[in-house]
Design a protein around this ligand. Structure first.
Ligand code: ATP
Ligand code: LTN
Length: 327
C-alpha cells in the first residue's frame, strides 16, 4: 500500500488556504493510502518562539487536524517532538547533504534575507524535513508548491545514502494539489492567502465566526466588470471566489460559476458555503478544545505508532552507516 507523510508547522493561525489546500486533501488521502501526519514543532524552533504559545499552538493545531477530519483510527497523527528519532535522523541527513545543496534552498535564502537573526537550524531545516519523510518509508508527500525543492532534496539524500551505504531508504516523491486548490488573499488575489498575526481582511481563519467570514467575503476585491467567469489571469478576484465556492461545495471553479450573472449573489453564496463547510469542523474543534486530555491521548498513541516505525528505519540507517550498536 502507498504510504503518505506530510507535516504542518504550529506557527501562525490556520486559514482557509491551509484547510482547502492541505488539510482537506490529507483527510481524503487517508482513505486511499496509509497516512502519517505530523505537527512539526521542531521545525517551528528555527525562529525563537514563546514557550507557552508554542505548546498551545501545537495542541491547537493537532485539534484542528482532528476537527477537519484526520481520523486517528485510520491515520497516524503525532507531534514531531514526541518522536526523538527525528532529531537523530536529521543529523544523519545533515551529514549526507552537501553544504552547497542546503545553501541553494530558496526558502532559506528568502527567510534569511528577511531576518536579523539566522539560526543554524534555519539552514539545516531541509535535512530535518528529509528525516521526517525518510523515517517512514514514505512514497508520497502531499505539499504545496513552495515545498517542491525540499522534497527533491529528500529524494536526493535518500538516493545518495542508498548508493553509499546500501539500500536503506524509500525514495519519496512530492504530490501537489489540483489546480484551483490554491486559495488567494481576498484583498490581494494575486498573492496566496497567508498566515497573519491579526485579523487581516484578506485571510479567512479556521476559527473565524460566520459574521466575520461574511464581512471578509463581502469586501473581497473583484473587478470593474460584472461577468462571473473563471479566468485567473484577467479576473483573479472573481476566480478566487469561484475556487473557494467550488472547494466548499465539492465542485470545480468552472462548475461553481454556473448560473451567476452578478458579484453580489456570488459573494453571498460563497460566504454561506464557507460558513456551512467550516461549521461542523468548528463544532468538533470546540468539543476537542474542551477536553484536551482526549487529544493528548490520541497524540500519545500516534507517537507510539510513529516511533515504532521510525526506530526500525533509523536502526537500519545506523547499522548501514557503521555506528557501533550499544549492548
Ligand atoms: P505562510 O502562510 O506563513 O506563508 P503557510 O500557510 O504555507 O505559510 P505552512 O504551515 O507551510 O504555512 O502550510 C501548511 C500547508 O498549507 C502547506 O501544504 C501549504 O502548501 C498549504 N497552504 C498554505 N497556504 C495556502 C494557500 N493559500 N492555498 C493553498 N494551500 C496553502
Ligand atoms: N516544511 C514544511 C513542513 C514540513 C513537512 C515535513 C511537509 C516539515 N516536515 C515533511 C512535508 C513532509 C512547510 O513549511 N510547509
Amino acid at each position: 500500500m502507498t504510504r503518505v507523510f506530510s507535516g504542518i508547522k504550529p506557527t501562525g493561525k490556520v486559514h482557509l488556504g491551509n484547510v482547502f489546500g492541505a488539510l482537506v486533501r490529507w483527510t481524503e488521502e487517508q482513505h486511499r493510502a496509509e497516512s502519517i501526519y505530523c505537527v512539526v514543532d521542531l521545525h517551528a524552533l528555527t525562529v525563537p518562539q514563546d514557550p507557552t504559545e508554542l505548546r498551545q499552538s501545537t495542541l491547537r493545531l493537532a485539534q484542528i487536524l482532528l476537527a477537519v477530519g484526520i481520523d486517528p483510527t485510520v491515520s497516524t497523527l503525532f507531534v514531531q517532538g514526541h518522536v526523538p528519532e527525528h532529531s537523530e535522523g536529521a543529523w544523519l541527513m545533515e551529514c549526507t547533504a552537501a553544504f552547497g545543496e542546503l545553501r541553494r534552498m530558496t526558502q532559506f535564502k528568502d527567510k534569511s534575507d528577511k531576518s536579523d537573526f539566522v539560526s543554524g537550524g534555519l539552514f539545516t531545516y531541509p535535512a530535518l524535513m528529509a528525516a521526517d519523510i525518510l523515517l517512514y518509508d514514505t512514497d508520497e508527500v502531499p505539499v504545496g508548491d513552495d515545498q517542491r525543492q525540499h522534497v527533491e532534496l529528500a529524494r536526493d539524500l535518500a538516493e545518495r545514502f542508498n548508493s553509499r551505504y546500501g539500500q536503506t531508504f524509500t525514495v519519496p516523491r512530492a504530490t501537489f494539489p489540483v489546480a484551483g486548490a490554491r486559495v488567494m488573499d481576498l484583498q490581494n488575489p494575486t498573492a496566496k492567502m497567508s498566515k497573519s498575526e491579526d485579523d487581516a481582511p484578506g485571510t479567512i481563519l479556521f476559527l473565524d465566526e460566520p459574521r466575520t467570514i461574511e464581512k471578509k467575503i463581502k469586501r473581497a476585491v473583484t473587478d470593474t466588470e460584472s461577468e462571473v467567469r473563471f479566468d485567473v489571469a484577467t479576473k483573479p478576484g472573481v476566480s478566487n471566489l469561484l475556487s473557494i465556492l467550488g472547494a466548499a461545495t465539492g465542485r470545480t471553479p468552472e462548475q461553481a460559476a454556473d448560473g451567476y450573472t452578478q458579484y453580489g449573489p456570488l459573494k453571498a453564496d460563497t460566504a454561506a458555503a464557507v460558513i456551512e463547510c467550516l461549521a461542523p469542523m468548528q463544532a468538533r474543534y470546540a468539543e476537542l478544545a474542551a477536553d484536551p486530555g482526549e487529544t493528548a491521548r490520541i497524540l500519545a498513541e500516534g507517537a507510539a505508532k510513529a516511533r515504532a516505525q521510525a526506530a526500525t528505519t533509523l536502526a537500519r540507517a545506523r547499522d548501514h552507516i557503521g555506528l557501533l550498536p550499544a549492548l
